[in-house]
Design a protein around this ligand. Structure first.
Ligand SMILES: [Zn+2]
Length: 488
């Protein structure tokens, strides 16, 4: 109550200052009051933009490429715009595995040119569904320029349409828990049971996705984050406008790898709309499920096999469970009719783990021996990655962004972030609660902690999907804490 009240006072004071600056001495006596109430108005708008590809499009997410044979469900860029009268923020969550910085920068340029919103005020993330078109070159999948241009334009249109839909709103947030759907996928195994890695090394101490119910399982190599963060936006009369949720789960998988699907992120959006009775609205209600910090988290219970299921059943079950928890959180939310918004973003230079000349030479020898058009073994696949990374720069600038929505904190990181880092951000942020959206504003590969780098395993193996220096996570964490301090 105290902070809400001081927020109101601060808002009025700021509004008066701005009004005075704009109107000078010529303002009629009642203008400051009028302008203050306008500056104090909280508005929200939401819209979705269809980003479904043509059949035949490349689908990424695995070592080998796939081509879309069918569209199971449409893909969307789900967009939410918030405006406190002075500051406007846009969040777009896209049904994609990962989207490179160039494509997102192109979308942001269009948003700035056509809709007047500065790039720093825009957060665009990928959900990490593994059944969406290739937008970033990953392993043996290559992006189609026609699709990525279409994607950038459609994201910009979605944000523009959300701006068109801006209307008076109230906002609330809360945090629930759904621990039953998240599992750490990196396991410590009995000595001598972890095979050599694709570089010939035998020093990996963890195995990603070990065989389920293996007698060699010892324990997971890290934690999970079971929180379901919910941000709800309604009209002053209580009509749902949008719901932004956040859960730390890599993806679920559909069981139909060559079919395009938004995975459980899309099913969640549909389900929460049903639970809130928000279908058939004009403008339509928009739900966004953003990915938290799930670089090492998936939906597989390694201790216990699941009975076989038809395609799309597990995806729906997880979506229903997370939506049920989000809905439960919604029942006890306290809405505020105005909160301050602010954002800070910076470009952080992070070092790159470049291959040595000897490593490149070994990789070239392996590739010279590979037969056929498609590489089959992990050794060959990672050899190709090594060769492709030969001329990588020694460091890369990453966009690190922090938003403040009232007392709620939001961190955006362009990586597949390990749960440890997400939990630390939640704990150390001055804003309570805080949550993180990963694969936001770019895609710079896995982000293990230095401790997890020591343990080795898939997510640490150098490739275009894991190339940042081993100290990248603490550097990004420190940068975010600096941004949060500025936002206070
Ligand atoms: Zn991934």
């Amino acid at each position: 109550m105290h902070t809400a009240f001081s927020g109101i006072i601060l808002g009025v004071v700021l509004a008066l200052v701005v009004c005075a600056a704009l109107d000078g001495f010529s303002a009629p006596p009642d203008a400051p009051v009028e302008a203050a109430s306008k500056a104090r108005q909280f508005r929200a708008g939401a819209a979705t933009s269809n980003i479904t590809p043509r059949l035949g499009t490349s689908i990424n997410g695995y070592f080998n490429d796939r081509r879309a044979t069918h569209i199971h469900d449409e893909l969307h860029a789900r967009c939410l715009v918030l405006d406190d009268g002075q500051t406007r923020l846009a969040i777009a969550v896209c049904d994609s595995c990962m989207i490179p910085r160039e494509v997102l920068d192109a979308a942001k340029r269009q948003i700035a040119e056509k809709h007047g919103l500065a790039p720093e005020h825009v957060l665009i993330s990928a959900t990490h569904t593994h059944t969406a078109p290739t937008s970033a070159a990953v392993f043996q999948s290559e992006p189609d320029r026609h699709y990525t241009e279409f994607l950038a334009g459609r994201i910009a249109d979605g944000v523009g349409r959300a701006i068109n839909n801006l209307a008076p709103a109230k906002i609330a947030w809360g945090v629930g828990r759904e621990p039953s759907q998240v599992f750490n996928r990196r396991w410590k195994m009995k000595p001598g049971t972890i095979p050599p890695n694709p570089f010939g090394g035998t020093n990996d101490l963890v195995k990603m996705n070990p065989p389920i119910e293996s007698p060699n399982l010892v324990e997971p190599a890290g934690p999970t984050d079971p929180e379901v963060t919910v941000v709800s936006v309604q009209s002053p009369a209580g009509r749902p406008i949008a719901l932004l949720a956040n859960y730390s789960l890599h993806y679920v998988g559909t069981g139909r790898d060559a079919e395009v699907s938004a995975d459980y992120y899309g099913a969640f959006a549909e389900r929460i709309g049903q639970l809130l009775g928000a279908d058939r609205q004009d403008p339509p209600f928009v739900a966004l499920l953003s990915n938290g910090t799930s670089g090492n988290i998936n939906n597989i219970n390694f201790r216990q096999k699941r009975p076989p299921q038809p395609p799309y059943e597990q995806m729906r079950a997880v979506a229903d469970a997370v939506a049920a928890e989000a809905h439960r959180v919604c029942q006890s939310l306290q809405y505020q009719d105005w909160v301050p918004l602010s954002v800070r973003a910076t470009k952080l230079k992070v070092g790159v783990r470049r291959p040595s000349p000897e490593e490149v030479e070994r990789a070239e020898t392996i590739l010279a021996q590979a037969k056929g058009k498609e590489l089959k073994t992990p050794e060959q696949v990672f050899a190709r990655e090594t060769v492709l990374m030969k001329d990588y720069p020694k460091d890369m600038p990453l966009i690190i962004q922090a938003m403040r929505i009232g007392d709620l904190g939001l961190a955006a990181i362009p990586c597949e972030v390990f749960a440890e880092t997400g939990l630390a951000i939640k704990q150390q942020s001055p804003f309570k609660p805080t949550f993180t959206i990963e694969l936001a504003n770019g895609c710079s590969g896995y982000l293990p902690t230095p401790e997890q780098h020591q343990l080795g395993g898939y997510e640490t193996w150098r490739a275009r999907s894991s190339f940042l220096e081993t100290e990248a996570a603490p550097k990004i964490f420190a940068t975010l804490m600096g941004l949060f301090a500025q936002l206070r």
